[in-house]
Ligand binder design. Structure first.
Ligand code: ACM
Ligand code: ZN
Length: 507
């Protein structure tokens, strides 16, 4: 492992021409916890002059005064750059990895680096990015590119939104139609497909557009992420957003009020039907085999419950289980699926709608409709990840004239402004805040360059809030660093939003 880091480092250091004249720890994102800089300039050394020390007493003495949690210790690092070489100290390979990310980023900005010492560790344990590959499918190479950038930003959770209304994107052997049918559309672009009547095609049909990840693709993505200390969290949506699975397997939807036929062109699974639980358990069993993650995201958002009120199977289930309303019926499904997930040694994450009708006992809540759901869940003793629409929905506009973005306006300043810990969270409950996450939904994002324009530089802001100390946050300093990092993205061939274009809106 040690040799691998060194080889990787040497290759990357050599390859890059810097974007600016000089660099140092004050230029990187996320900003480090502590650093000192001298006037002397140096360059990153050749492999032989890099000294890596893991798990030694000297490092533990350096970090002792910070009273770090074990997960912070794992990620912490000390980096020293002198004219003679580079020294990295850490408790774990993860810390070494992050030290190298800091070194890479300084070198990307300019290979003329100020001699420095950095002592650094993360503020939160969940520093996430969500990518929706259902609305618009993205190839494995695209996913890997974003994992590279996440790693450089010291982000560690990739939430993979794999299934949703406009396309199922993961191979499930037991239900082959999910990928031979529900992954292929008449139109490549989501909006065109909606306008064209939302029709799926068989994979072999002429003009079929779309794609899915085979089990081999998933293994490749997972290996790539793991080398970058990123956990991939798959999302399997239930009980809403299931138009595509119902299109393939109509038995999954509710019955009409007469109890004769399954409803067509609907989004919601039938929580009254035992076959739905079999389906979900079978799908999840294959997902467990593919993904080693502690967490499985089960969606839970935006399920319309009107059909459940009329479906005789749902009504019978509510009666049998003593459920008073359809919110409790959703909660019944979530709790039952949580038990299944827990029995396999994993934990569920759900969007904040899973609070309605009663929260499943061990669930982690992803607070997206603002922060209220998160605060409520924390007060009930649950862990929470904040990804509120008003700051962390990266499909929103960065400037008022931005190409194909949904409103409202969400410029970089606003993304940067989010603070997950406020007076609504009692000090003794702060540990329930796992962290933050930026979400890229892709209804209007069909091209790689467009997706990257939505992600960057706003993901820099999510990364800094996730890693850096609260008191070190400063928008004007951050924006200067974001401009420099955008230049690095240019060198690396990524697209990004052109900073400056948001100023005409007063941002
Ligand atoms: C969501 O945006 N429906 C989680
Ligand atoms: Zn039903």
């Amino acid at each position: 492992m040690r040799n691998r880091f060194i080889v990787l480092a040497a290759a990357m250091f050599a390859a890059i021409v810097g974007a600016f004249g000089q660099s140092g720890p004050g230029d990187i994102i996320p900003t480090p916890v502590k650093y000192t800089v001298s006037d002397a300039l140096t360059r990153l050394p050749e492999a032989g002059d890099i000294d890596i020390v893991i798990g030694k007493k000297s490092f533990f003495s350096r970090i002792k005064r910070f009273n770090l949690e074990p997960w912070q210790v794992k990620s912490a690092y000390y980096l020293e750059l002198t004219p003679e070489g580079m020294r990295v100290e850490a408790a774990d390979q993860e810390g070494v990895f992050y030290a190298f990310q800091s070194a890479y980023m300084m070198n990307f900005i300019s290979p003329q680096i100020h001699c420095c010492q950095i002592l650094d560790y993360p503020r939160f344990r969940h520093r996430g990015m969500m990518l929706d590959v259902s609305r618009n499918f993205q190839p494995v190479e695209f996913v890997k590119r974003q994992l590279d950038m996440m790693a450089l930003l010291k982000m560690n959770k990739f939430h993979f939104h794999l299934v949703d209304h406009p396309g199922w994107r993961i191979q499930i052997d037991k239900y082959p139609l999910l990928t031979s049918f529900s992954a292929w559309r008449t139109k490549d672009d989501w909006q065109d497909w909606i306008n064209d009547g939302q029709r799926f095609l068989s994979q072999d049909d002429p003009g079929a557009q779309g794609g899915f990840y085979s089990k081999k693709d998933i293994a490749e993505i997972l290996a790539y992420a793991s080398e970058r200390h990123i956990e991939v969290i798959p999302e399997i949506e239930m009980p809403g957003h299931n138009f595509e699975s119902i299109a393939a397997y109509p038995f999954l939807s509710c019955l009409d009020p007469e109890g004769k036929e399954h409803l067509k062109n609907v989004q919601e699974l039938c929580p009254g039907n035992e076959q739905v639980y079999d389906f979900l358990e079978n799908v999840l069993s294959e997902v467990f085999e593919m993904f080693p993650s502690k967490y499985i995201h089960i969606g839970g958002d935006e399920a319309g419950k009107g059909n459940w009120e009329k479906c005789p199977v749902c009504q019978a289930k509510m009666k049998a289980e003593g459920l008073e309303n359809v919110e409790q019926l959703q909660s019944y499904l979530v709790k039952r699926m949580e038990k299944f997930v827990n029995d396999h040694g994993k934990t569920i994450i759900g969007w904040d709608e899973i609070l309605e009708g009663g929260l499943a006992p061990n669930a982690t809540v992803m607070s997206w409709r603002g922060t209220e759901g998160g605060h409520k869940a924390i007060a009930e003793g649950h862990d929470v990840i904040f990804s509120p629409t008003q700051c962390y929905y990266l499909d929103y506009q960065q400037a008022s004239d931005q190409y194909r973005a949904v409103g409202p306006l969400q410029p970089l300043r606003q993304t940067y402004s989010f603070e997950p810990i406020d007076e609504n969270i009692a000090p003794e409950n702060v540990h329930h805040v796992l962290g933050v996450q930026g979400n890229l939904w892709t209804e209007f994002v069909n091209q790689w360059w467009h997706a990257e324009m939505m992600l960057y530089p706003r993901l820099f802001a999510v990364a800094e809030t996730g890693w850096s100390p609260r008191m070190e946050k400063d928008y004007s300093r951050f924006r200067t660093r974001a401009v420099a990092l955008n230049k690095v993205l240019d060198y690396l061939g990524y697209n990004h939003f052109p900073l400056g274009a948001e100023e005409k809106d007063g941002n």
